[in-house]
Design a protein around this ligand. Structure first.
Ligand SMILES: NC(=O)c1ccc[n+]([C@@H]2O[C@H](COP(=O)([O-])OP(=O)(O)OC[C@H]3O[C@@H](n4cnc5c(N)ncnc54)[C@H](O)[C@@H]3O)[C@@H](O)[C@H]2O)c1
Ligand SMILES: O=P(O)(O)OC[C@H](O)CO
Length: 335
């Protein structure tokens, strides 16, 4: 029987552990908080992140990373993106020698501007073919209710992608494979930034035309950055691109969109941060995405104003004015 360790007992780590367990993969969660781990292992519930959701009885949990990873074929990483490097360095001694490492994280590392799979390759010292990524329209608020959804499993080694696709495939959670790790990771990371922008527009009371415009031009930004980094442009028309962008930008379940909406309503950053109990990856990744774009001379105006509003004191009104007053351009650059 295939065995998996899921490192992180937050909303996505717990839910994905449930998916793996229901798909027949022997799964153990690792969490740092004993009270949450005991509740999952003993009471089959995560009271903090998924209260009321009955977890599979075969889904185990522990605070011991060695115990979680012992004999694992897959080690699934489900911590906030900016904590990956330090965590993985601590977990490295316990990684089974042949295990595939799977990233559920949607972020770009601050400072290095590395994608999560690049951080994993560097810290764990494994070849890219042993690193997979899962992304797509996967709002936990719906998945925890076992509502139908789909996701992409990306790995440069297509056999590895096929194996993990099988390990987490369910009738209500359809998995697709894609060899384009760069495109899948960029889609997942940058959609969070665009969702912040759409959230600000929602909070300001602006309408559906602007929301659709921000999503469309946001996808253009993601695609431009992807082209500069060698991604497959088809990926951005897929689940990890357009699919996740639509889900995140249109759903009140999205932490990133909600964060932006609170800013658009006039709350201060301090107030919004205090009100946000879960991870909104775009808040930190907007800066690393903009740095990555600058390294490759890619223009990302929506990302730029998101950094302005979230980190540099720009008001939502100033951001809207800046975007709408840009010089007229062809819809597609370079044509
Ligand atoms: N929740 C979703 O709907 C969803 C869906 C798809 C992908 N993701 C991605 O999954 C990743 C995990 O996010 P989440 O949604 O589960 O977040 P979350 O806020 O629900 O949970 C984060 C978990 O990480 C733990 N944590 C925080 N700091 C830590 C540290 N320094 N070391 C170890 N653990 C730490 C927290 O205690 C918590 O258990 C993110 O990159 C997110 O973008 C989330
Ligand atoms: O709640 P968000 O904004 O982190 O989005 C959750 C998932 O990434 C949606 O696919």
């Amino acid at each position: 029987m295939t065995k998996a360790a899921v490192l992180g007992t937050g909303s996505w780590g717990t839910t994905f552990g449930m998916i793996l367990a229901e798909a027949g993969t022997r799964t153990t969660l690792w969490g740092r908080r004993a009270e949450i781990v005991h509740a999952i292992d003993r009471d089959h519930e995560n009271p903090d992140y998924l209260p009321g959701l009955r977890l599979p009885e075969n889904l185990r949990a522990t605070t011991d990373p060695a115990e979680a990873m012992a004999g694992a074929d897959f080690v699934v990483l489900a911590v906030p993106a900016q904590t990956l490097r330090a965590n993985l360095a601590a977990w490295k001694p316990f990684l089974p020698p042949e295990a595939v490492l799977v990233s559920l994280m949607k972020g770009i590392e601050l400072g290095t501007t590395k994608r999560m799979s690049e951080v994993i390759v560097e810290v764990a010292e494994v070849p890219p073919g042993r690193v997979a990524v899962v992304s797509g329209p996967n709002l936990v608020g719906e998945l925890a209710q076992r509502q139908p959804a789909a996701a992409v499993v990306a790995c440069s080694d297509t056999m590895v992608a096929d194996r993990f696709q099988e390990a987490c495939h369910l009738p209500w959670f359809r998995t697709y494979t894609n060899p384009d790790v760069v495109g899948v990771e960029l889609g997942g990371a940058v959609k969070n930034v665009i969702a912040l922008a759409v959230g600000v527009a929602v909070g300001m009371g602006l309408g559906d035309n602007l929301r659709a415009t921000l999503m469309t031009r946001g996808l253009a930004e993601i695609s431009r950055l992807g082209a500069a980094l060698g991604a497959d442009q088809h990926t951005f028309a897929g689940l990890a691109g357009m699919g996740d962008l639509i889900a995140t930008c249109t759903s009140p379940l999205s932490r990133n969109r909600t964060f932006g909406e609170n800013l658009g309503r006039g709350m201060t950053m301090a107030e919004v941060v205090a009100a946000t109990k879960q991870t909104a990856e775009g808040v930190k990744s907007c800066e690393s995405v903009l740095d990555l774009a600058a390294k490759h001379d890619v223009e990302m105006p929506i990302t730029e104003v998101v950094v302005g509003v979230v980190h540099d004191g720009m008001t939502p009104a100033e951001a809207a004015m800046l975007l709408m007053s840009r010089t007229p351009k062809p819809e597609r650059y370079g044509v």
